[in-house]
Design a binder for this molecule. Sequence first.
Ligand code: FRU
Length: 496
Amino acid sequence: MTSELLQKAREFEERYGAYITREERPAFHLSPRVGWMNDPNGFGIYKGQYHLFYQYHPYSTKWGPMHWGHAVSRDLLHWEYLPAALAPDRAYDDAGCFSGSALELEDGRHLIMYTGVQSHRGEDGVRRDLQTQCLAVGDGIDYEKLDRNPVLTGEDIPKGFNVHDFRDPKMFRKADGSFACVVGCRTEDGSGAILLYESEDGFRWRFVTVLDRCWNEFGRMWECPDFFELGGRTVIMTSPQDMSAVGLEFHNGNGTLLLIGDYDDATHTFERQAVQAVDYGLDFYAPQTILTEDGRRVVVGWMQNWDTCASQPEDRWFGQMTLPRELGYRDGRVIQNPIRELEALHGRRVSYMDIPVQEELTLRGVYGRTIDMTVTVRPRSECGYQSFRMKVAAGSQHYTSVTYTPLTSTLRVSRDHSGTNRDYVHVRECFVRDRGGELKLRVVLDRYSAEIFVNDGEQALSLTFRTPLSADGISFQSQGKTVISVEKYDIVMDRQ
Ligand code: FRU
């Protein structure tokens, strides 16, 4: 039965979502049907289609009582909206249906596990909501919350752990077909931990172990965990709150981590050996992965960050997902590249080989705001060069820049001049591997965002901007002499 609250949200999104034209939105990145979007939820395959739900507040472009928005796709690039799937309509989730995941069951039903947030005030009058894990089953459109919700509560967490921060269950199937899930929690010392639960049928769950703990080293609360195998290793992916910068590797605030190690399923022990950020740009948080039918581990993140949210009164939607990316494991690091499905959308190709660059230059045909472009940079002489800069989404007043400095081997993105009038972080820098001044940048632009993949996926940097679409220029410049090759494709959405 669709509750009144869910019905209201469905009617609202259908009515007001219709005012948002396709041109006002990103072309191939999922944005909310109307209103506000944060984390990707329930990312998976159901009845042969990709489903992507999202944290959703249809009624405004600000965060509010969380619903789940819903979209489907056959190629992870063309998305079609479905009616909102969940609304905060029960006592145990009256303050919101927070993030979670979904799986297809053998009997054809779609199982959702999400965090129910129940409003609660402590004896001192301070609001301390309770978080539990809840289930809903459905047919890909309508979902019924279980009568016996919640299924994981304060009873199911280790002593001293905190039921006010117990959220974001990510379910997966084990090799033997049984179910498991990871959930973020806060420990006695206030920092995060990842809890592992198992289940035979997806409905009755038991606590297994604490997979890893933050010990206040990488931020505090660990949100939105994921747990998967990649290239023979096991990876925990999580999004810590309150991180502090460590050199250029992490940045302040809400970050993203890959904890790379080995997992022994017999003893349920995860041994962490390396830690890496997921994305080095400005807008990336709360990612979730799936395993595609052809065996690719694909990640999608919220292309925003809690400290970069600044919707304007005139906005009809706010928030978007990143491009889905294929994860790989190379030389001890996780790498990521755009899903190969993007190549099927390649339209007109423009390419240049070995163009000398020094003064700022543009190349005929190299422009656009929905493009997939690869630029290879090399030094033109033995003495190398001081810096190389590329501007995208450039017009007479606007641009977003990417600058490489070989001496320090750092790449810097800046949207200072992208047309923003808000005073939040606009610049970020990361180390890239020193290749003697050689650099390969793949830049995917989609109207209001840029995603930059460095040296075949060694780093990814995502950022959004509000630059007017008329600013579609691209230019190249170097201090010192470089030579570049460029291959650019327009992205064409309507070919299917
Ligand atoms: C992460 C997060 C999650 C939570 C959701 C609420 O961005 O804080 O931990 O489930 O957003 O919208």
